[in-house]
Design a protein around this ligand. Structure first.
Ligand code: NAD
Length: 362
């Protein structure tokens, strides 16, 4: 039994599927690689010729989500909790992307300690390994570190306004601490880190039942069921299509010069949640009515990224309109509902197809 097949805590190795690797090419590691963004990132990295090791404990995803990637000769899966990752398992890794953390409030509030530790212990483990191996680290941070923002739109210079003891604190504070860990390892040990503060991202492959607003609305609209809007629907969000986001992440990681702070990645086009619901009803031709439900505690009232820094550093900005991104997501959700499956990204080629053709936690 190889090292990666040994039983190891929560990542017990039972569904481990190590694939024979095609070459001795230095691997790129994607922690949380079976999740919504992670699966898209793995698919894109494979398309670009990288050798990819996906590390995931499947706490919010399933191995079926990456079925199409498992057969790829340059793809390898380690069923592991990121905080239990063994340095030897990803020996020679040149780059580590850390996306391992539940992103939907429905999931992260279910196991708040796991959520907090995924960010804190997981980040520490990734940075320790990067320090030992001389690897570059990407951290998937979040707009949630801005909390209830007192400035609008949010720039990277804004420190945030976050409740340390509310229901979202396990996620928000975990992500804030992960940024601090990145900063310490960079300052103390020279570990090259890239932090993206990701704003709401959506697209094909989002799980149908994990409570993110875009998919929730689409599923309800396709079934002509009432669309549940929390609060009065005037809270705003800015929705970025997944392919645009992944492009921004790759550009951030390809920067060769040092970076001394996080970079916002998201789409600055702002929309109220009520407008989003109405848009989805129209695009699906649904007969659904919109119903208002009480607003959950600490639900952020406004979200819109200032992406000037990303535009300047990366020559990046989203190019997919909300209408076109929603249409592609509606097609994907409809197809999966018809098939009765929850599959995320089927394969690298289907990810490419969806890009050619054309949820995101509240
Ligand atoms: N999707 C968004 O809109 C968004 C916005 C801001 C930030 N982010 C961040 O991007 C990352 C990916 O988000 P997503 O939407 O793909 O979420 P997701 O829940 O779909 O994916 C997270 C993945 O990480 C895995 N995971 C969680 N804890 C783990 C652990 N301890 N060890 C190993 N694997 C673990 C899960 O099983 C899952 O496969 C997260 O870190 C999230 O905080 C996402």
């Amino acid at each position: 039994m190889g090292k990666a097949e040994k039983s190891n805590g929560r990542g017990n190795g039972k569904t481990n599927r190590r694939q024979p690797l095609e070459s001795l090419q230095q691997p790129v590691v994607v922690c949380g690689g079976a999740g919504f963004l992670g699966a898209h990132l793995c698919a894109r990295l494979l398309e670009e010729g990288e050798r990819v090791i996906c590390v995931d404990n499947f706490c919010t995803s399933a191995v079926e989500a990456i079925n199409g990637l498992l057969a790829h000769p340059r793809f390898e899966l380690l069923h592991r909790d990121v905080s239990l990752l063994d340095e030897e398992e990803i020996a020679h890794a040149s780059v580590i992307y850390n996306l391992a953390c539940a992103a939907s409030p429905l999931h992260y509030q279910r196991s708040p300690l796991d959520t907090l530790f995924a960010s804190v212990r997981g980040m520490d483990k990734v940075l320790r390994i990067a320090r030992a191996r001389g690897a570059r680290v990407f951290q998937a941070s979040t707009s949630e570190i801005y909390g209830h923002p007192t400035i609008h739109p949010q720039t990277e210079k804004y420190w945030g306004y976050v409740n340390t003891i509310g229901p979202r604190a396990c996620y928000d504070e975990g992500k804030r601490c992960a940024e601090t860990l990145c900063f310490i390892y960079r300052e103390e040990y020279g570990v090259p880190v890239r932090i993206a503060r990701i704003f709401n991202t959506y697209g094909p492959g989002m799980r149908l039942k994990d409570g993110r607003v875009v998919v929730n609305f689409i599923v309800q609209a396709l079934a002509d069921q009432p669309i549940t809007v929390y609060g009065d629907g005037t809270q705003t969000r800015s929705f970025c299509y997944v392919d645009d986001l992944i492009e921004g992440v790759l550009r951030l990681m390809s920067l060769t010069h040092d970076l001394d702070g996080p970079v916002n990645l998201g789409n600055p086009a702002e929309i109220t949640v009520l407008e989003l619901a109405e848009r989805i009803v129209r695009l699906t031709g649904s007969r659904s009515k919109i119903v208002l439900q009480p607003l959950p505690k600490d639900d952020p009232p406004r979200r819109r990224p200032d992406i000037s820094l990303a535009q300047k550093l990366l020559a990046w900005q989203p190019s997919t309109t909300l209408e076109s991104g929603l249409n592609m997501t509606i097609l994907d959700v409809d197809r999966r509902l018809q098939r009765g499956d929850e599959t995320l990204v089927a394969s690298a080629s289907s990810a490419a197809k969806s890009r050619l053709a054309g949820a995101n936690a509240l």
